[in-house]
Each structure stands twice: as C-alpha cells, then as structure tokens.
Ligand binder design. Structure first.
Ligand code: AMP
Ligand code: MG
Length: 653
C-alpha cells in the first residue's frame, strides 16, 4: 500500500478497508487522512447551557446582540447634565450660573425633568442623561452659587463625558462567532447583553481506559513489578484541555473478556474511547482483536510510521472513534496530541490548535530511523547566538520526556539523522517560551535541587538537564549552560574534576558524596565489615550477585579496584545511576553494589562507607556575571544550603 499521498490523494473509504491494513504500517499523513475520512463530516450535537455552566464550551451558533449596551446615553462622571450651548462662553474668569433642576439622577434612577436652557441636573456616574441634556460637566469644575444654583467654570462640547446608547455593543451586532471557546471574557459580553443561556456544542464524552496487569492507580501502594497508571491520568487531563469531557474508567487487566466488557460499556454511553497499552503485539495484548467485534468499519490503521508511537491503533466503531495509544507514556502523549487532539477538537467544534514555533540550533547529532517520521522532545536554553534545543535523552518510556519538554522537532521519514549544529523548527507545547534564567547541564544530584530552591523562591527559573558529567562538560565548552555539575575521577592524578577543565571553564567546589557498599540491612555476609572485607566475603560466596556501574562512572573505578581480576556474577549488569544500584539490591536482584550514602539510606539499605566522591561545578567563566549565576553561587555558599545538604547526607566542600 502506498504511503505517498501524492499517489493516493483520496483516502480509501473506510468501507474498503481490508485485512491487509492490519499488517501494513501507514505513513502518519495517510493514517490521519483515513481516520478523518471515516469520521467527518459529522453532525455536532449541541445543547443549551446556562451561561454560568458554559465556561470552556464552544459556541454552536453566532450570538447577535439583542440590545444596545449601554441601553441609554449615560454619564461617565459625577457632575451635572447640561446643555453645552449654555456654556459656550464659560471659563475660570467667567463662570456661567445655571439653575439646578429639582432632581438627582443616581444610577438606576430614570430622569423625570428635562434640562431646559439655563438649567442643569445633578447626575452620578452611570446615570441616564435627561431629555434636553447633551453633555456632562464634572463636579470639580463647578461651585455652589446660592440656593438651587451652581457656577460652571469650563465650557463643554456636546457629548462630553457621555457614553451613547449602543456605543459598547450595538443591537444586531454579531457579538461572538460559532466556534469560540467560552471563557470569562465571552461570559462577560453575554452577561452585558442579558443573555443567560447559550447554545454550545455538546462536549464529546470521552471514555479513558488503561490496560495492563501491572497498573495500579496512584494512592495505592505498589507491589513488586507494578507501576502506577500514568496514561490514565494524563490522557484524562489532556482530553479536558482540548474540548472533551473525559470519563476515566480505571485500568483493566489484560483479560480479553473483562476488557471487551469495559469497552462495550464505555461505547454505550460515550462518543469516543481512548485506551492505552496492549497495542504492541506482546503477550496479553488483546485490545485490537476486540475492536474488530465492536462495530463497523473497525480498525483504520494499526501501526503508523511514527516515532514515538508506532503501535498506535486508530479505529471507528459505528461512527465512534476508538483509539489505542501506545503504552509508553511519552509515546501515548505524543500520539494523542499529534493525531487524536485534532479529531477531538473537531468533534468539540473547536478550531484547530495553533502551535507556536521557534527556530533553535541542535547541539548534538540526533540519529533517526529511516522510514519513520520522528519527533524529538526537546528542552530550550539560550545560547550565545539564539536558542538551543536539547533532545530529551530519556526515551518514550519516560513520562518526563514529554512532560518536561518545551516542545518537539520533527525529523523527516527520509532522513537518518539530524546533524549537530542544524537549525530546526521547534513546535512549542505552550505559546510562550520561557527561557530559563539558569541552565545546569551535566550530572544530576538531589543536592542540586536543595541548592536551587532559594532561586526558585526568588522567581528565577532554573533548568537542569541530566546528560552525565562528560555531556555537561561538552555543553559548557560550547557555552550552552552556566554550570556543568561533574564528578569525574582522574586515575593519573588520583583527583576529581580539576584535571578535566578546559579553557574558559573554572571549578566551583560543590559537595562530597560518600560512596560505599550497599547491602540489605541484616545480611550477615556484610554487616559490620569494612569495604575490602565485604567484597572478599561476597567473592567467597558463589551465590552472591553484585550490581556494577557503567564504564566511565567514578564509582566504577572504585569497584574495579576492589574487585581486581574477579568478575563475579552480576558484573555485567551495569546501570547508569546510583538509584538503580540501590533499587537492584533492595529488590533482591543483586546482593551488593556501590552507591552514595543518601541514596542507600533513602532505600533503607545497609551502607559501608569507602571513599568520598567530589561533586563540583564547571562554571562557564564568560557567564559568571549573569545575575542568576551569581544567585546560584550565593545560594551554594549560604548557611541554608549547607545545612540542607548536610541534612540530606552530603558534605559541603
Ligand atoms: P503495552 O503496549 O501494553 O505492551 O505497554 C508498553 C509499555 O508501556 C509497558 O512497559 C507498560 O507497562 C507501559 N504502560 C502501559 N500502559 C501504561 C500506563 N497506563 N501507564 C504507564 N505505563 C504504561
Ligand atoms: Mg500492557
């Protein structure tokens, strides 16, 4: 099947969908075109809503102003309604005396007496102008002048301080257009015209279901091998943000019967069904089989040449869209925003979302798979000459790849990479980019969050991008960040960090992190021993499994020194973080490893101290005078930060 839209400009009608499509990967454009063709045009049901309940709804028809606003000519000031012609010669030196009519026009008072030549009527701001009057003079420009009279010290032109009937909103004017999302301003305009009910497009009811035996709702403790249902919450919120009304139905186990029952129930009451998970063809992935039984025409696309998001499944069952998002949270969110939001907005009567775009330079080469349109989530920072787009390195299984990104860039299906230094167009997730005041790129440590806390309180935006020590140094050398936090051990000099600095960078001491052996408290093989003895004990027990660290980590050097030539079971398990080591030991996948004291303690593990690691900052000297850099240096030196670091188990340098 061709994925080239120029060869097949008209999408196939859904009725001609045949079996081969289930096996064919469609281009993103073709999948969207087929989905659209199966869903639109369609009637959008509307409903009458009380104005107070219409916030966030979309107007289903134009609103024409039924009255003039203001409904009468009214005074804009407190003063006197006059005839301008009476005051043509008035001035400070030649005040004009007029007689006061026997009434005071307050707001809400209909005037009874005309203003005849030579008279004036006292009027409040908002009061209706009496017959005969054509201007208002401010009370400040008048003096009392005996019983029932005033002197006016200024001339007035006709219309002075008068708002004419209909000058705000004219009867018959189109006040609001169909398709407008009703917010506080629209509600205000309707209220001003006395409109109490509006016809709105009924918000599509969208059922949201998560699938997977491993899913647990937030608020419930996790048992082994379980994870929290992330997609349920984020899809629900994203539906509500885009004109739908989400009904979250929870997570269903990977059980065909239970899932089919849940899907049928959802479709009986909702206009659209969004599932996540179970769409790749792994064990237990059953939802696409069920869809085939739920209504015509069924699956429109299963597999889209899109990254993230390849396993996306789009279906229409008896007129209702049914979507299975990929299980990985960033894949789920990205495909939802890219391919489902346009459909949802159309069903909600909303105009297409307009995405703001900026141009930014890509600092590193980004590899891409040929044949799939690839979207790369990025964080923006300000470089020496323009914006820089950092790709999120965490991949589509990580929620933060999407949730902490500023936007994304697109790599064409026909490109196998985006070279370092390319200019790319970045589509923003929110129309306003806020470039961070302080950019920290390198190795992450929870101590960093403690030091940055006062900056955040002062309204400074700090962005920390975790790319490891070496990645941070490279960014610092290119001038893309203010600080690169590093903990690099130089074997030749047996010292930390300083030997790695290049020209243009200076070292700011950070804090020390005690590294040592972690084990499960109470494990008699390690309890009470020093590090060397503990490793000897581990090596003596063939059943003992270790967890290592990645090549290049300072901690790895310490481990290799302790092990010498030994390569015990688990040596090749080499996670990239202190937390992963602690998790492996806590979950009995390994019996010992090396991590830092705060991480071991937070995981409730036993700890044998060995050597301190130096976590310092490479500061880009050219950026030292920036206010946010100075604020960070001050925070680092402050008593507050030092106390916080010590409290968390670090030793400030
Ligand atoms: P699946 O498509 O069901 O094979 O899921 C692919 C991956 O996404 C697995 O690691 C799932 O645990 C994960 N996943 C699926 N659904 C969710 C969800 N609702 N929240 C978080 N992760 C999920
Ligand atoms: Mg699953």
């Amino acid at each position: 099947m061709s994925s080239d839209m120029t060869n097949s400009p008209r999408p196939k009608s859904p009725d001609s969908v045949d079996q081969d499509q289930f096996l064919t990967i469609l281009s993103r454009e073709e999948a969207m075109a087929r989905f659209d063709a199966a869903l639109f045009p369609r009637a959008l049901p509307s409903e009458q809503r009380r104005l107070a309940d219409a916030q966030g709804c979309v107007l289903a028809q134009d609103i024409v102003a039924p009255i003039d606003v203001p409904p009468f000519d009214r005074s804009n000031v407190d003063g006197f309604a006059v005839r301008a012609a009476d005051l043509s010669k008035a001035g400070e030196a030649a005040p004009v005396r007029v007689m006061l009519n026997d009434e005071v026009i307050a707001c809400g008072t209909a005037p009874l007496r005309p203003v005849l030549s030579g008279t004036a009527t006292s009027i409040a701001t908002g009061g209706p102008l009496p017959r005969g009057a054509d201007a208002v003079v401010m009370v400040e420009h008048t003096n009392p002048a005996g019983a029932g009279a005033i002197e006016i010290r200024r001339a007035a032109s006709p219309g002075q301080f008068v708002s004419y009937a209909g000058s705000d909103i004219a009867r018959g004017e189109t006040l609001l257009r169909a398709g407008t999302m009703i917010g506080s301003r629209e509600i205000g305009m309707c209220a001003a015209c006395g409109i109490s009910e509006v016809l709105v497009t009924r918000r599509p009811q969208v059922a949201v279901l998560s699938t997977g035996d491993e899913l647990v709702q937030p608020g419930t403790p996790l048992r082994p091998a379980e994870i929290y249902d992330t997609n349920g919450a984020i899809v629900t919120a994203a539906v509500n943000e885009n004109g739908g009304e989400a009904m979250f139905l929870g997570a269903v186990a990977d059980d065909e019967e239970a899932l089919e029952a849940a899907m049928r129930k959802a479709l009986a009451t909702c206009d659209m069904l969004v599932l996540s998970g179970g769409t790749s063809k792994g064990a237990g992935d059953v939802s696409h089989r069920i869809i085939a039984r739920l209504g015509k025409p069924g699956i429109i696309a299963h597999g889209v040449a899109l990254k993230p998001g390849k396993p996306l499944c789009l279906a229409v069952c008896d007129g209702k869209p049914v979507i299975i998002l990929p299980g990985f949270p960033t894949s789920a969110m990205f495909t939802f925003h890219d391919m489902i939001v346009p459909v949802l907005r159309r069903m909600a009567g909303l105009p297409p979302r307009s995405d703001a775009k900026v141009t930014a330079k890509v600092p590193v080469r980004i590899a891409s798979e040929l044949g799939r349109t690839e979207f790369v989530m990025i964080s923006l920072v300000e470089g020496a000459d323009g914006l820089i787009a950092y790709p999120s390195g965490k991949g589509s299984g990580a929620i933060t790849s999407f949730a902490q990104a500023d936007g994304f860039l697109k790599i064409d299906a026909l490109a196998d990479q985006l070279p370092a230094g390319s200019e790319a167009e970045v589509t923003l997730f929110t129309p306003h980019v806020r470039v961070p005041d302080l950019v920290i790129v390198g190795s992450h440590c929870i101590g960093l969050d403690l030091v940055a806390a006062p900056l955040a309180r002062a309204g400074l935006m700090v962005r920390s991008i975790a790319v490891g020590s070496l990645g941070g140094l490279a960014a610092a050398r290119r001038g893309e960040c203010d600080f690169a936090p590093i903990h690099l051990f130089d074997e030749a000099t047996e010292s930390y960090n300083a030997p790695f600095l290049m020209a243009g960078l200076e070292l700011v001491p950070g804090w020390r992190r005690m590294q040592g052996i972690v084990f499960r408290a109470g494990d008699a093989r390690f309890e009470g021993l020093d590090a060397q003895a503990a490793v000897r004990a581990a090596l003596a027990d063939a059943a003992c499994i270790m967890v290592n660290r990645n090549q290049g980590a300072g901690t790895r050097i310490l481990i290799d020194r302790l092990l010498g030539e030994a390569r015990p079971d688990g040596y090749w398990n080499q996670p990239r973080s202190h937390n992963a080591v602690a998790a492996a030991v806590a979950q009995h996948r390994a019996d010992w490893g090396m991590t830092i004291a705060p991480v071991a303690h937070a995981a409730g593990l036993g700890f044998i101290p060995l050597a301190e690691e130096h976590y310092d900052f490479a500061l880009v000297t050219a950026r030292k005078q920036r206010p946010a850099v100075q604020a960070f240096l001050q925070a680092l030196a402050s008593e507050e930060s030092r106390a916080a670091l010590e409290g968390a188990g670090f030793r400030p340098a």
